[in-house]
Design a protein around this ligand. Sequence first.
Ligand code: PEP
Length: 257
Amino acid sequence: MRIPLIAGNWKMNCTLAEARELAAAAVAAAKGFTDRQVLLAPPFTALTEVAKVLDGSGILLAGQTVSWAEQGAFTGEIAPFMLKDAGATAVIIGHSERRQDGVIGEPDNRVNPRLRAALQAGLMPILCVGESLATREKGWDETEGWLKKQMDEGFAQLSLDEARRLVVAYEPVWAIGTGKTATKEQAQEVHAYLRALLAAMYDKSLASGVRIVYGGSVKPSNIDELMSQPDIDGALVGGAALDRKQFTRIIQFQAAN
Ligand code: PEP
């Protein structure tokens, strides 16, 4: 049984006052829903304020990235213990905006060390994978190959017990912040492929337990159909998570099955 996860990634947005308001709206939206989990990933500066608003609500708090190092001379990075100290229990790792040249341009080989540091500290990592438009346009074999490479790199050296603690986010780069959403069929096809990969990398029981969430222009108008797909276990939401009404409707999705 995989509990659906609706995660809001606020990226580099929000004053403290705005963060408090958005968090309070999410608390109100999630109230009474015991069949789903909600998570908020505010910028680092707002973590402690948001933690106060979320206290007792059951909503999870996450960082948007985390350092591979325990602590020390790493200007601009944030250590796993700092995220925990601020109230976070989860962290997004390998978001395409961090990986992409011309945006942040972080090398792919940073992803796995960050992920292992998060696991070591007891944080729940959300590993983002996804292909670019150029890769998708080259066809399914190229898309599969790209995703396999990112999954192999991400899960490198992880034991079965560690791998069980991850959430995977499939975020086609061409659908992030562009208004273009993968169709429910396109997303389901990739989610099923990722689950099959996990079964081959570990075993079927692990593959059927790991949550695979979709991200890429998720909106009130497409959340229900996405959540009705058998291998889509939630959503990682960017733009619409900054709008109280839209995120409320997304949290309150109604799947057809
Ligand atoms: C994201 O931030 O991971 C994301 C999918 O953004 P958006 O929903 O705006 O496409």
